[in-house]
Design a protein around this ligand. Structure first.
Ligand code: ADP
Length: 137
């Protein structure tokens, strides 16, 4: 069993697709273990997207990710980290296959509906980043 973190990004919130996206994860058997709505601060985004901090599009990502509050969730299931990434599809929504969340609902490379942890190490770091221990059930 693994826990993974997803963030429902501002394009998901603005298009009122949170229910659709959460439903896809639940139908795949993943269980919700934590959930909170929050505004992402500059410092949190610098930490969360540190691997992109020197990219020319980083300021645009910050503006986008702060354009509405996001919904952060912890999901649990067998091989949850890889399965959630598979359900999501690749970063570029235009290249993501139909049937994947990003392929069906996303717009482009940046507006791609949701974030998901990409390894056991990042999942562990992101659980700590977004939730207090007592808020994960
Ligand atoms: P993923 O979210 O699929 O793990 P990355 O960690 O590479 O992908 O990128 C984090 C986020 O930064 C992406 O989900 C997307 O919102 C944004 N992003 C990545 N690459 C680009 C790009 N070339 N142009 C604009 N935004 C991007």
């Amino acid at each position: 069993m693994q826990k993974t973190v997803i963030l429902l990004k501002p394009d998901c919130i603005e298009k009122s697709l949170a229910g659709e996206v959460i439903g896809r994860f639940e139908k795949a058997g993943l269980k919700i273990k934590a959930c909170r709505m929050m505004r992402l601060t500059d410092n949190l985004l610098k930490e969360h997207y540190s691997h992109l901090a020197d990219k020319p599009f980083f300021p645009e990502i910050v503006t986008f990710m702060q354009s509405t509050p996001v919904i952060a969730m912890a999901l649990e299931g067998e091989n949850a980290i890889g399965r959630v990434r598979d359900l999501l599809g690749p970063t570029d929504s235009q290249a993501a296959p139909k049937g994947s969340i990003r392929g069906d609902l996303g717009t482009d490379k940046m507006r791609n509906i949701a974030h998901a942890s990409d390894s056991e190490d990042t999942a562990a770091a992101e659980l700590k980043r977004f939730f207090a221990a007592g808020d994960i059930f």
